[in-house]
Design a protein around this ligand. Sequence first.
Ligand code: ZN
Length: 63
Amino acid sequence: MPGAKEKVCRVCKRIVVGNECDNCGSTNLTIRSSGLIIVVDPEKSEIAKELGLKKAGAYATKI
Ligand SMILES: [Zn+2]
């Protein structure tokens, strides 16, 4: 998708492509982010548990 920018959901920190978070449905997005974590298996990831992430995908560590 040329020209598409990755954004970060302010609610759950998920990396979103488009105008709506596909994890929580929020449209409260920001293009600013620093740090990135990839959650492959939320059930086995300590970081995912700590951050309350229940869905695999890419998330920003900070907004
Ligand atoms: Zn979200």
